[in-house]
Write a protein that binds this ligand. Sequence first.
Ligand code: FO1
Length: 317
Amino acid sequence: MSSANQPRNVVALSGGIGGAKLALGLYRVLPRGGLTVIANTGDDFTHLGLHISPDVDTALYTLAGLANPVLGWGRRDETWTFMATLERLGGDTWFRLGDGDLALHVERTRRLAAGETLSRVIAGVAERLEIAARIVPMSDDPVRTRVRTAEGELDFQEYFVRHQCRPVVTGMGYAGAQNARPAPAIAAALADPALEAVVLCPSNPYLSIAPILAVPGIREMLAATAAPVIAVSPLIGGKAVKGPTAKIMTELGIPVSPAAVADYYGNLIDGFILDQRDAALASGLKPKVKLADTLMNTLEDRERLARECLAFASELR
Ligand code: FO1
């Protein structure tokens, strides 16, 4: 496939760390302005009076080259004076906010209180950080992922950070989703005749992609887009690279297999990128399959997987 046939205009649906890695690969191989990232906001919450948007911020920091390479979330070269001082004062420290990161939460909270939409705030920050891609929250209306567990229903961050994903998951809900509207830039991106591919990043399907799909209208827009929709497997050899995807699938009684993820996305996707280590499973998948190395340790890995996604989309067009 010649590079002239490669997609130039791509939408990526992303959760946090794993999704942002592929988004960065796409950002680096596409021309400037060619990428739109639709970020999950089901993980958002109000903490210490501040509006925190973890997956949006992970996308912002990752594309801006500011992401913390060790944690995967937050900023590189971060300092923690605020947290240490808060601890000294007996404050709430289970959710860690670095000093530089704190500035973004304070500024976002101020602008939201002044009446700006989340989309507008994020677009403004992306511009300040000189990001040549659109980072769009799935909705400007509040949607909150709630995790039902054997120990009761928990807010996402309570489950994920405070309880370290330990409680057994029995289900999840996306509070507010029914009344949420897709952020305005989503319709524009998905209806763009120049759109050449939609990529569901290898984020947790149930915790990160599902909240995006729960916003009425987004699923329909994805179904209506002329561009091929492809998903990248979040599992390699029956394990998630990071995070609780495999644990949650087991607890929900779903087989921990890429086929189950492909089935979950159903006819929303036209193609599925399966890790090459799972080649033996390819025949059990319903959508068209491409094998690739989906492990993204290095920047080169991210760019390589991004190119594989684009080539696959070209084949499917
Ligand atoms: N994850 C943690 O495991 N512990 C934290 O203290 C923590 C703080 C935090 C602050 C800002 C931010 O943007 C993300 C943060 N995360 C933290 C990550 C976050 O909980 C998850 O990565 C996502 O919500 C899942 O995609």
